[in-house]
Structure formats: structure tokens, C-alpha cells
Design a protein around this ligand. Structure first.
Ligand code: SF4
Length: 274
């Protein structure tokens, strides 16, 4: 089996930064999973004794708490500060930007539209900084939106597709006099996507590595599936199935922005042995 890696894949700047930061705080805990990758979270626990809190109530007064890459809602941050915990902020700076935009534009009396997934931690955090905030995935959802102000500002979840964001923006511009558009989509994701798109056109089978609840990994898988029907999303080498490689010559590999190199290497080694 011949293997080819995408020209850009894996850990992005924000995730590398969060992990390096976390590794310098042994015996701490993260507020929510630091990144969307269970294996890496297990490694941090085993090698650095970095625990995981899912509820604020569990945080004790003298704890060192690391804020996840996706950020946390404004009120959660306030409560953490009240608990006197030592706070290490590992929020990706590209995620902090939409939080600040939402805060600033709300203060200026703009209604906010976030193009993103309402249940995603990043979006929940960004939304918490605003006053009148509407989260949508489709332009049609805006038809029934009841805006508090007549001026609209928009931001996007960092991992979303630019083409779809334009559809949302087009809809708003046709309907409202003032629309301020902030392009908060992250280029790291875009570079991995462009490389995955190219590679998936030339291979017989495509392996996408990353957390199954990671939005950018799912996006990579969708893109690859458009060009290569035999595209599979896996979290680690144990999920590889021999049958995927029957009568295939060239296998492409890409990985989501929160996938560590050691996981990719284990998968490469396993495929080479098939
Ligand atoms: S994908 Fe972009 S926004 Fe998300 S953590 Fe990485 S660098 Fe930050």
C-alpha cells in the first residue's frame, strides 16, 4: 500500500499552544476537554496528571484550572474567578477574537448573527459575550429571526466553510441597511481542508484522523467524501479495517486540527504493515 500525507494536516497553532501551556501545569485540570481528542486528553492525564472538570461546582478554591481551546462562557469565567482558582487561559487567540467582536458590537447596539453550531462549546462561549445574539447554520433560519436592533454584525465559528458564510451574509445584506461582516474563519482549518481536497482527488482510499466530535475533522471527512467515496474517519489505529484497503493502491492521509502526531504515526505504521 502506497501512502501519501496531505501537504497540510494535523495540529494547528491554537492546539499546539494549548497543549504546550497545559504541559507546564502538572496536577492541574481543564475546564471541559482541552481539545477534541480523547487520546491526547488521556496522555495529558497519564503523563502530567492533568484532570478534567465538566462542572464548575467541582472546582475547588486552590485549583489550577486551564480554560479549553474553545473558550468558556463569560459567566463560567466569572464564577471561576470568584472561586479564587488559578486560571490558565488556553483559549485559542482566533477564538478570543469573535468573543471580543460580539462584546464590542453588542455594546454598540448591533444585533449579532453567529454562523455556527449552537451546541458547539466555541459558539456557546462566543454567544455569551453578546446581548441580542442569533446562532444559525442556514440563511432560512434568519427569516424568522426577530432582531432587537436595526444594525447587524456577523461572525462565524472558526471551523466553518467560507462559501456557506457568504450565503448567510448575502441574505442579510439584501434585507438590512447596515451589516458588519467579520471574517473569523480560521485559515489553519482552511489550509488543511484545501490540502485534503486535493489529495482526496488522487487516492483510492482516504483516511481522516481525528476526534469524532471535532467539527473540523468532520468537515475534512465531508470534503474527502465528495472526491473519494472510500473515505473513513477514525480516532486511532485500532479502528482501521483491512477490508477498506482491498484492491486499493494509493491511500491518502489527513488529520484534524486537534490530532497529535503520535496518533497519526501509529496509523501510518499500521497501514504500512497491511
Ligand atoms: S483551528 Fe484555528 S481557531 Fe481552532 S484552535 Fe486551531 S488555530 Fe485556533
Amino acid at each position: 500500500m502506497q501512502l501519501k500525507l496531505a501537504s497540510s494536516y494535523g495540529f494547528c497553532f491554537g492546539v499546539k499552544r494549548a497543549i504546550t501551556l497545559a504541559e507546564s501545569y502538572t496536577n492541574s485540570a481543564t475546564m471541559g476537554p482541552l481539545i477534541h481528542n480523547q487520546d491526547e486528553i488521556t496522555r495529558l492525564k497519564t503523563d502530567y496528571n492533568i484532570g478534567l472538570y465538566s462542572k464548575l461546582e467541582d472546582v475547588k478554591n486552590d485549583d489550577t484550572v486551564i480554560i479549553r481551546t474553545h473558550g468558556i462562557p463569560k459567566n463560567d469565567l466569572k464564577q471561576l474567578k470568584q472561586k479564587d482558582a488559578k486560571i490558565i487561559n488556553a483559549t485559542c487567540p482566533f477564538v478570543t477574537t469573535p468573543q471580543q467582536i460580539v462584546k464590542k458590537m453588542s455594546e454598540k447596539k448591533y444585533s449579532l448573527v453567529i454562523f455556527g453550531d449552537e451546541s458547539h462549546p466555541e459558539v456557546k462561549a462566543v454567544k455569551s459575550y453578546g446581548d441580542d445574539v442569533h446562532v444559525v447554520l442556514e440563511p432560512s433560519q434568519l427569516e424568522i429571526a426577530n432582531f432587537k436592533y436595526d444594525k447587524i454584525a456577523t461572525v462565524a465559528q472558526t471551523t466553518k466553510k467560507k462559501e456557506k458564510y457568504l450565503e448567510i451574509v448575502n441574505f442579510l445584506i439584501l434585507k438590512y441597511k447596515e451589516v458588519r461582516v467579520f471574517n473569523t474563519i480560521c485559515d489553519a482549518t482552511f489550509e488543511n481542508q484545501a490540502a485534503a481536497r486535493e489529495l482526496s482527488k488522487e487516492v483510492d482510499v482516504m483516511i481522516v484522523i481525528g476526534g469524532k466530535d471535532s467539527s473540523n475533522t468532520k468537515q475534512l471527512h465531508n470534503i474527502c467524501s465528495e472526491n473519494c467515496t472510500d473515505s473513513f474517519l477514525i480516532e486511532n489505529y485500532k479502528e482501521l479495517q483491512n477490508s477498506w484497503f482491498n484492491n486499493k493502491k494509493l491511500c491518502g492521509i489527513t488529520a484534524g486540527a486537534s490530532t497529535p502526531d503520535w496518533i497519526i504515526q501509529e496509523i501510518v505504521n499500521k497501514i504500512k504493515k497491511l
